[in-house]
Write a protein that binds this ligand. Structure first.
Ligand code: DOR
Ligand code: ZN
Length: 431
C-alpha cells in the first residue's frame, strides 16, 4: 500500500463539483480522500507543492489511434500511452483500426493488458464494430465487452450499411456501450483529400464536402431514434452536422458527439502549399465551420473534445499530398491548442474546458473518473495554464511527429499527471 499523497498550494478546478478555488487534495490508497483548503497531510504522507499550478481531474480522450499491432513504426501502446500522460490524459480509448483490426476478444484483451503493463495512461480498448472493419458482419460484441471493450467502432471507416448500423445500435444496448461512428458517406468522398471548395479547386485536389459528414450524421441520428441506442459521433467538422446534433438533442435522443482540437481552430488554409501535416479526415474546413463547432461545444450540442490522435511516420507524410495518410498527432498538443482556441479568446472558461476534456467524457461514457469527488480514482493533472511553450515535435513522447503546429507557441503547460495516485508523468524542470 502506497503512502498517502498530499497536493497543496494549488488552485483546484473541478467542474464536476463546481470547484474553482485554492485547495489541497489528499489521496489515500489511490483514491481521492478529501479536497479543501483546510485538508492537512497525515503523518507519513508524500507532499507535492502545487503553488502556482492548477489541479484538475485528469483529461480523458475517447478517440486515440495507437498503431499496435501492425504499425509499431508509427506508435505502440507504450509510446502512445506515454504521450497521453505527457499531454495530461489519464485515460485514453484506443481505436481498433490496427493491422489486423481489434475485432476479437483476444485482441481486445491484448490491448488492455499491454496498456496496463506500461503504467502510463489508462488504456481502454474499443472493439471493431464489424469483422475486419469491413462493414459487413457484426463482431461478437458480447465477447468483446467481456474481454474489456468499452465501445465499438469501425473508425477510420464509416459504418456505411444502414442495416448494420441499426443492428449495432440495437445490440450494443444489451451491454450499455456506445457505437462510435466516423460519419462519412463514402459515395461523396472518392479520391477526396481535403475540404471541398475554392481552395481545393485552386490546388487541383479532390474535395470532401460537408454533406458527406452531415448526411451520415442525419441518418445515424434517425437510427438512434429508431433503436434507442447510444450513438457517439466522432470528430464533428461541418456546421451542417451541428444542425443534425441539435435536432437530436432537442428530442432527447441518446446521441453524443466530439470535436477535435484541430477542428476548433485550424482551417483549410493550412493545406495551401500542399502541407500534408494538415491532411486529416474529416478535413480542416472553413472559418464558418470552425465557429459553428466551437459554438456547439460551448453550448453542449457537442459534448466533448477528443483528439483523434493519429500518428503517422515521417516518410509517409513526406509523400505527395494525394498519397500521404490522413491524420494529426494530437495527444501532446491537445490541451494547449484548446487553451488557445477556447480559453484565451474568451469563448470558454478554464473550468469549461476541463469539463469538456475530463468531466463530460466521463459523464457521457459512464466512467468513475473525471472528478475529484471523494472515493473517485485519483486521476489528476497539474498544469500551469498561463505558461507557454513552443511545440517541438522532436521532443514528443509519441513515436510520430506529424503535426501542423511545429514551432507554434501555445499556452498551458502540463506539469504532472497522476493515475490512481501514482505520478506517471512529470515535466522536466519543476513541479
Ligand atoms: O485523420 C484520420 N486519421 N482520420 C481517421 O478517421 C483515421 C485516422 C487514422 O487512423 O490515421
Ligand atoms: Zn475517424
Amino acid at each position: 500500500m502506497s503512502r498517502p499523497l498530499h497536493i497543496y498550494g494549488g488552485r483546484v478546478v473541478d467542474p464536476s463539483q463546481g470547484l474553482d478555488s485554492p485547495a489541497a487534495v489528499l489521496i489515500v490508497d489511490g483514491r481521492i480522500e478529501a479536497v479543501g483548503l483546510g485538508v492537512e497531510a497525515p503523518d507519513g504522507a508524500e507532499s507535492i507543492d502545487a503553488t502556482g499550478l492548477t489541479v484538475s481531474p485528469g483529461l480523458i480522450d475517447v478517440h486515440v489511434h495507437l498503431r499496435e499491432p501492425g504499425g509499431e513504426h508509427k506508435e505502440t501502446i507504450a509510446s502512445g500511452s506515454r504521450a497521453a500522460v505527457a499531454g495530461g490524459f489519464t485515460t485514453i480509448w484506443a481505436m481498433p483500426n490496427t493491422d489486423p483490426p481489434i475485432d476479437s476478444p483476444a485482441a481486445v484483451g491484448y490491448v488492455r493488458a499491454a496498456g496496463r503493463a506500461v503504467r502510463a495512461s489508462r488504456v481502454m480498448p474499443i472493439g471493431a464494430a464489424s469483422i475486419g472493419q469491413k462493414g459487413e458482419q457484426m463482431t461478437e460484441i458480447g465477447e468483446l465487452v467481456a474481454a474489456g471493450a468499452v465501445a465499438v467502432s469501425d473508425d477510420g471507416h464509416p459504418v456505411h450499411n444502414s442495416g448494420l448500423m441499426r443492428r449495432l445500435l440495437e445490440y450494443t444496448q444489451t451491454f450499455d456501450i456506445p457505437v462510435l461512428q466516423h460519419a462519412e458517406d463514402p459515395g461523396l468522398t472518392p479520391g477526396g483529400v481535403m475540404n471541398e471548395g475554392p481552395v481545393a479547386t485552386a490546388l487541383g485536389l479532390r474535395g470532401i464536402p460537408n454533406a458527406a459528414e452531415a448526411g451520415m450524421v442525419a441518418r445515424d441520428v434517425l437510427l438512434s431514434e429508431l433503436t434507442g441506442g447510444h450513438l457517439h459521433v466522432c470528430h464533428v467538422s461541418a456546421r451542417q452536422s451541428v444542425d443534425q446534433l441539435l435536432w437530436a438533442k432537442e428530442r432527447g435522443l441518446r446521441v453524443t458527439a466530439e470535436v477535435t482540437p484541430h477542428h476548433l481552430l485550424l482551417t483549410e488554409e493550412l493545406v495551401r502549399g500542399y502541407n500534408t501535416q494538415a491532411k486529416v479526415n474529416p478535413p480542416l474546413r472553413v472559418e464558418e465551420d470552425v465557429e459553428a463547432v466551437r459554438q456547439a461545444l460551448v453550448e453542449g450540442v457537442i459534448d466533448v473534445i477528443a483528439t483523434d490522435h493519429a500518428p503517422h511516420h515521417y516518410d509517409e507524410k513526406e509523400r505527395e499530398f494525394d498519397d500521404a495518410p490522413f491524420g494529426i498527432n494530437g495527444l501532446e498538443t491537445a490541451f494547449s491548442l484548446c487553451m488557445k482556441a477556447l480559453v484565451e479568446p474568451g469563448h470558454m472558461t478554464l473550468s469549461g474546458l476541463i469539463d469538456r476534456m475530463s468531466c463530460a467524457p466521463a459523464r457521457i461514457m459512464g466512467l468513475d473518473t473525471g472528478t475529484l469527488r471523494q472515493g473517485a480514482p485519483a486521476d489528476i493533472v497539474l498544469y500551469a495554464p498561463d505558461e507557454s511553450w513552443t511545440v517541438d515535435p522532436a521532443r514528443f513522447y509519441s513515436r510520430s511527429r506529424n503535426t501542423p503546429l511545429a514551432g507554434w507557441v501555445l499556452p498551458g503547460r502540463i506539469m504532472r499527471t497522476i493515475v490512481s495516485g501514482e505520478t506517471r508523468f512529470e515535466a522536466e524542470g519543476d513541479a
